[in-house]
Structures are given as C-alpha cells and as structure tokens.
Design a protein around this ligand. Structure first.
Ligand code: ATP
Ligand code: MG
Length: 596
C-alpha cells in the first residue's frame, strides 16, 4: 500500500502562475523566472534587493516579513519595510569598517532576526555570506573560518567565548567580530553589533552587482568526508525563486516555516532567500526541537507551507504514531496547512503516509545538494506523489542516470559516459550544468571541483533508479552502497523496510566485510520509546527483514543503538557506523551532532 501513488488534489480556484507550470511543456527557461524578478534599478541582479527592497518599493512594505516565535512562545514581527532599513544599516556598518565586495562575512548564530539582517545586509554590500552551525565546536568553527578567509564574524558573546576566543590568535585574517546583545565591552577584539547598527544610516544604495558575483559560501554537511566549501553567486536567486514556486508551491499570501538550521544550505536558500523573494511571511522559531512546540507553532502561526526534514518528521512520528489516538495534532488546528515538503535524506514511504494520516497532507520529498544550490528533483506541486521517491526533475533541470563502474560511480571510458536507458536500472545521478544556482567551485579546491564533471555532466555521487514514468528513486550514496554476494544493495531500501516494523524508530545500515559474501548487511536500529531491546526482538526483526526484502538483501545482523550518529543536518552518518564497527579511523567528525 505504501508504494501506491497519491494523486494531486487540484483546486481550480487557484490562479495559474509559475507554480502551476505544466509538466508536459518542455520549453521552460530560467529566463522566464528571471523576468518575474525585479533586477537592480541600474541593471544587474542582487539577492538582497529581490528579497527585501523591491517589496518595500512596490508598496508591500507594511507586510510582515518575519514572525519571530521566542523560546517563551512570545511573538514579535518585522515588516518588509523595517527589514529593508535594518539590512541597509548593516550594509552601512560593513562599509564603515572597510569591508567590501567579495569579503567574507561569517555568521555563528541560531535562528534570530539579526541573522536575517546580517545575511541580507552582507549581500547588499556585495560581500559574501558564510553561515556556520551555532552548535559547531571550536575546531570546526576555526577550520571553516580559516578555509573561507573570514574577515568578519557576527555572533553572540556566549558563542564567541566558548568557540572562537581561544583560537583568535591563529586567525589573523579575522579582523572584525561583531557581538549581538551585551558583552562586547568585556571581550577584547570585538565590537557591539547593536552599537554600530544604532548609528548607521538606514538607507543604502546597492552597488552594481553582477549575477556572477559570489554571494554565498556553503560548507557541505560532511556526511561522506571533509566538508567542502561550495561557492554560489547572486544569479542563484533565479533558481531559489523558481524552485520555491515549483517544489514548495509558495505564493505571496503564504505563512511559511522552514525548520532547517541556518548553518545549513537549506536554512539559507529556503529559510531566508527564497521565501522573502516570494514576499511571504516567514515564521522564525528561536526554540528547540520539540514535538509539542512544533505543533503549537504550526497551529498558532497558521502555517500554510512547511519545509522540513526526515529526521524532524521522524521525531514527530515517534511522538504521534499513525495508529492509535492522535491526541497531539488533533488538539491543534492545522487547517491552514496546505503543503508539506522534506529534504536532506531519503524520506521513507512510511513518513509520507504518516503525513497524510496525521497532518492531513502527504509529505512531498525533494532532492538537492549544497552544490546544486536549489531543489532539483521533487514530488512537486504540479505532479502526483510517489511515496518513497524523490520525484521528477523540475522544469529547466535535465537529469540522467549513468551506467556504473566497479566502484559504484559513473563509468567513464575515453571521457565518455553512457546513460541508462532501461527503467529501473540503477546508476549515478547526473545533472546537465547550466541552472542558475549551480555551484561555481569548491573554494581553494579546483581539483575536487573538476573531478565532479564528466562528458558534460555534473556527477552527484548519489545512486538512483528512474521508473518508466520518469520518477527518480534514491538508492544510496555511491560511497555507501553495499556489495554483497554479487548484489549491489542500497542501504536506504533496507532501512525503509525495517522502519515499517511498528517497534522500530530508525535504522542505519552498513556493509560488514565477510570472507564468503564480500560484505554482509548489518543494521543498527533504534527502537520506539519504551520498547526493550531483547534477543527475541532481534530475531523477529531479522525475520521481518527477510520476509520483506528476501535473504540476499535482508540484514544478517542487527544491533540496537538508541543514538544513531547523525550530522547536524540530520543525516545518519553511515561512514561512522562503519568505522566504529571495523575499528577504522573515524575521519572528519566536525559535523557530527552532539560533538563539541
Ligand atoms: P558531504 O558532501 O560533505 O558528504 P552531504 O552530501 O550530506 O555532505 P549536503 O549537500 O547537505 O551534504 O547533502 C546532499 C546530499 O543529501 C545528497 O547528495 C543526498 O545524498 C542527500 N539527500 C538530499 N535530499 C535527499 C532526498 N530527498 N533523498 C535522498 N537523499 C537526499
Ligand atoms: Mg555531498
């Protein structure tokens, strides 16, 4: 039943616009989306102008841009006009410090209004913004500040004291540290963000900005190795705008909430830029992950479009199972909610169906990477959902499945690759470069960048299958695929099957070397709250896996682990499970959740 398709509900009352793009038309060009943006008055394209100034200039200044829910649930709002002024002030602050075009401004902040001011003010000044996870420890912070040539850091006194102060001497390029809130006076080498803002003028003429000017630097999640610094340019805003319409169905009247941390590419592209370009009201939650709180915000803020991640949905699923009394969401009014999407790692079909039964809406999975800068493949608004699939390429995106070599990656012979023509056959997912938010390099690592291309394709490192109708199905990362007794096994398929067992909360699957089979599948399983890990349950899960997957693919070993290692963006770190299992070096753990 989980693999049934869920047809799209069509509402004839909704007027057609970019979001209603007809899939059967193949002529979508990015210039179509570009023509719906304003552009700078003197020519050129600047992300911050599209996100704030043009709304204020076109009479929408009094509309609420940010609806901020503080930890104590109190709500404050910032209008587009006010955000225009604040971001102008910050651009002036940077200018007064001598920080200009192309200089790197880092944030080490949780989600708070000043984050928006800093990001957009930096972009107005044509400087480059690089966000860091506020939960990073001193090592990853220092590593990224150095790698990214940071000149300015915006943070709080507490975060600075704990994560940066001790490393400052080894970061001579970091000239300015701006402290939000109290504390700058007691911290040598810092200045008060609020003090500088209070005296800065609140108008700012954005200098000429080329669409090819660097705008954002994003470090990848580090799931497969050392994080890479992906370079993005102002032109990416065209893709942010178009994809938010196609894949998230954003419309100006929406109240939109993106739960991604601002330190991750989703939190920036779809937490800050895309929704503001659409002129919607963005809900900004300063609190922590907590199912009750989240239901309160969804209901209390009348959220209409919600963008979240599988790890967050699994948290809600644990708190509110599909079967039994759905006391929690029923006690909140979720009637405003009309669209829910997820990204970051595979969305198990179970979660799609859970959404339909508990939230009243199925969850639209979509796929992209830090490198692609925007959503590329999605169960998007204009097409039916296939639970367990990541969807179809968005208009303007050309995707393909390439034949694999021995190592699981695309097979390149004499510089040529071969596309898989047969539906259902797996291979490496490739994209034809040319979309506006395509990354323009890995900072200081040309070799790694060049290695990501072959025969006119960008190679994603992910393995997928395409079905006969053109929907893409995630198999695994090329690095994670398990070769066992002549079969190539995608860990996601095994994890999804195990998650259909009512007592299983989550699973992470690896290959363990075996003299006979090459590798055998081993699953690490976390159980629902209150469920006891017993040898009987282990036997039951092994049998459950065999029945669902067949003996060639099913796990041969199960270990119970209530704390599966994951990245801060919520992905199970299989490479760490494997390294621990085999006693190998654990590699770069800077993005491991819970590490300091
Ligand atoms: P690194 O490149 O440093 O190893 P990362 O690839 O996890 O880290 P991101 O750019 O944050 O860094 O994540 C992109 C990856 O996340 C994709 O390549 C894919 O493996 C996974 N991913 C994203 N969305 C989905 C999805 N909907 N289904 C399956 N996998 C997804
Ligand atoms: Mg990656």
């Amino acid at each position: 039943m989980h693999w049934d398709t869920i047809p799209k509900d069509t509402d004839p009352a909704v007027p057609p616009r970019l979001a209603d793009y007809d899939l059967t038309r193949s002529a979508f060009t990015w210039s179509q989306a570009r023509s719906e943006l304003a552009g700078l008055p003197g020519g050129g394209l600047n992300m911050a102008h599209e996100a704030v100034d043009r709304h204020a200039a076109s009479g929408a200044g009094e509309k609420v841009a940010l609806s901020c829910v503080a930890r104590d649930d109190s709500v404050s709002t910032v209008t587009y006009a006010e955000l225009t002024r604040r971001t102008a002030r910050f651009a002036n602050v940077l200018r007064s410090l001598g920080v200009g075009h192309g200089d790197r401004v880092f944030t080490l902040l949780g989600r708070r209004p000043e984050l928006y001011t800093t990001v957009l003010g930096t972009l107005k000044n044509t400087s480059v913004l690089c966000p860091l996870f506020s939960a990073f420890g001193p090592d990853p912070v220092e590593q990224r500040l150095r790698l990214g040539d940071a000149r300015v850091l915006v943070t709080t006194a507490d975060l600075y004291r704990r994560k940066v102060a001790g490393r400052r001497a080894s970061l001579p390029g970091l000239e300015h540290v701006l402290i939000i809130g109290p504390g700058a006076a007691e911290l040598p080498g810092t200045a008060s963000f609020d003090g500088l803002m209070s005296t800065a003028p609140d108008t700012f003429a954005i200098p000429p900005t080329s669409p090819d000017d660097m705008a954002l630097l994003h470090f990848t999640s580090g799931t497969t190795g050392t994080p890479k610094g992906a370079v993005h340019v102002h032109e990416a805003v065209v893709a942010h705008y178009a994809t938010a319409a196609h894949a998230l169905d954003l419309r100006p009247e929406d109240v939109y909430w993106c739960t991604a941390d601002p330190g991750w590419v989703t939190g920036m592209s779809y937490g800050v830029i895309a929704p503001l370009v659409h002129g919607v009201t963005v809900v900004l939650d300063e609190g922590d992950y907590d199912a009750r709180r989240w239901y309160r915000i969804l209901g209390g803020q009348h959220v209409t479009v919600w963008y979240t991640a599988p790890t967050a949905l699994r948290m809600l699923m644990r708190a509110t199972p599909r079967q039994g009394p759905y006391a929690l969401p029923r006690s909140h009014d979720l009637s405003a909610l009309r669209f829910v999407a997820s990204v970051g790692e595979p969305l198990n079909p179970e979660a799609v169906v859970w959404g339909r039964d508990v939230l009243g809406l199925p969850v639209h999975d979509n796929w992209w990477q830090t490198e692609t800068g925007s959503i590329m493949i999605a169960n998007f608004a204009a097409c039916e959902i296939r639970p367990g699939s990541m969807g179809r390429p968005l208009p303007g995106v050309e995707a393909s499945v390439l034949e694999q070599g021995e190592d699981g990656r695309a097979l390149v012979v004499d510089g040529r690759v071969t596309e898989v023509g047969t539906p259902g056959v797996e291979g490496e997912l490739a994209l034809r470069p040319g979309w506006p938010s395509m990354f323009r390099g890995y900072l200081h690592d040309k070799e790694r960048y060049d290695a990501a291309f072959a025969d006119g394709w960008y190679l994603t490192g992910d393995l997928v299958r395409r079905d006969a109708d053109g929907w893409y199905w995630f198999v695994g990362r090329a690095d994670d695929v398990i070769k066992s007794a002549g079969h190539l096994i995608g860990p996601f398929e095994v994890e999804s099957a195990l998650m259909e067992h009512p007592l299983v909360a989550e699973a992470g699957v690896i290959g363990r070397p075996d003299p006979v089979a090459g590798n055998v599948v081993k699953a690490f399983v976390s159980l629902r709250p209150g469920v006891e890990a017993t040898p009987d349950l282990e036997r039951e899960l092994l049998g459950f896996g065999r029945r669902k997957l067949g003996p060639a693919v099913a796990p041969r070993e199960i270990a119970f682990d209530q704390n599966l290692p994951r990245t801060r963006s919520g992905k199970v770190m299989r490479r760490l499970l494997r390294a621990r299992e085999l006693g190998l070096p654990t590699g770069d753990l800077s993005t491991l959740e819970g590490s300091v």
